[in-house]
Write a protein that binds this ligand. Structure first.
Ligand code: FPP
Length: 275
């Protein structure tokens, strides 16, 4: 692993201290997924154009990526452009593509120096040539990095992901290589675009909407949710720490009982009632 002194980082001693306190307080999620929302409303509230919101949103991407790497988060998945976003006015779509290209040009080397691996999920073939080229180069440059995987969901939707997995599995059945009775949860997970990545532990949505918006539909089955009213351009590391503190207080049972203690108290309550 490369030495991590995040270049361009102006990390204060106070921030280092906050991170240490957070690490001591409990588990840091292995995988955080974020629905970055509210760029347009943020811009409107400042009397500015939507693209300005997206531009400042890139500063949040940088700050959150950097703080995740420092905290020891291993996977960060950002919903940067949904399948449905193609339906926005072409001027905004073009602006977002340009912003993606310029951000990659500016940040690829920095990601590499900081041992961060870039990945994407989604229908990359729908992207303009220049965007694909820039992404491929950044992915290639950072492919051996180990500290954190930054995955951009681009032209992504959860239903698209599941549909593609179903198609692949159906082909195995058609070719006589798979008995349909052997299809199980794990097999479906293994055919999704996130096959190599553990399911998110924590999903954050900014801008106060209580929706999943076709994000990682299969993968979010047992993720903990954190929703904040803060618009994405204002979402910076202090609020990330707040989300992680909230995560650390959750009792993750994955549909089961957590400890023998719980089991004992459940069975005694259950049998006492029965007897
Ligand atoms: C949602 O806000 C945000 C997006 C659709 C785009 C997110 C993109 C960025 C933060 C910049 C590019 C990203 C990278 C990784 C370089 P919205 O436009 O839906 O806001 P609204 O709901 O207030 O209208």
């Amino acid at each position: 692993m490369k030495e991590l002194t995040l270049t361009n980082s102006l990390q204060t001693d106070k921030d280092k201290q906050k991170q240490e306190t957070l690490k001591d307080a409990g588990e840091i999620p292995l995988h955080i997924a974020i629905i970055m929302d509210g760029n347009g409303r943020w811009a409107k509230s400042k009397g500015s154009i939507r693209l300005h919101g997206h531009k400042v949103g890139v500063d949040s991407v940088r700050d959150i990526t950097e703080s995740c790497a420092q905290l020891g988060v291993k996977y960060l998945t950002l919903y940067a452009f949904s399948t449905e976003n193609w339906g926005r006015p072409s001027k905004e779509v073009r602006g977002l593509m340009k912003l993606l290209v310029s951000s990659l040009r500016k940040e690829a080397e920095n990601l590499n120096k900081n041992d961060i691996r870039l990945a994407t999920i989604g229908q990359m073939d729908r992207f303009p040539k220049e965007c694909k080229k820039e992404l491929q180069e950044a992915i290639e440059l950072t492919r051996d990095n180990e500290r954190l995987e930054l995955c951009l969901a681009l032209s992504y939707s959860g239903r698209w992901d599941i549909t593609e997995a179903v198609k692949k599995i159906a082909h195995h059945v058609k070719d006589g290589r798979l008995d349909p009775d052997l299809i199980n949860d794990q097999m479906i997970s293994d055919h999704l675009s996130t096959a190599s990545v553990p399911d998110p532990d924590l999903i954050i949505r900014t801008s106060g909407e209580y929706r999943i918006s076709n994000f990682l539909l299969w993968q979010l089955a047992y993720s903990e949710l954190y929703i904040t009213k803060t618009y994405w351009p204002d979402f910076r590391r202090d609020e990330l720490y707040e989300a992680i503190r909230s995560y650390q207080q959750r009792d993750r049972r994955f549909g089961k009982l957590n400890s023998t203690e719980d089991e004992k108290s459940f069975s005694s309550r259950f049998f006492n009632k029965k007897s």
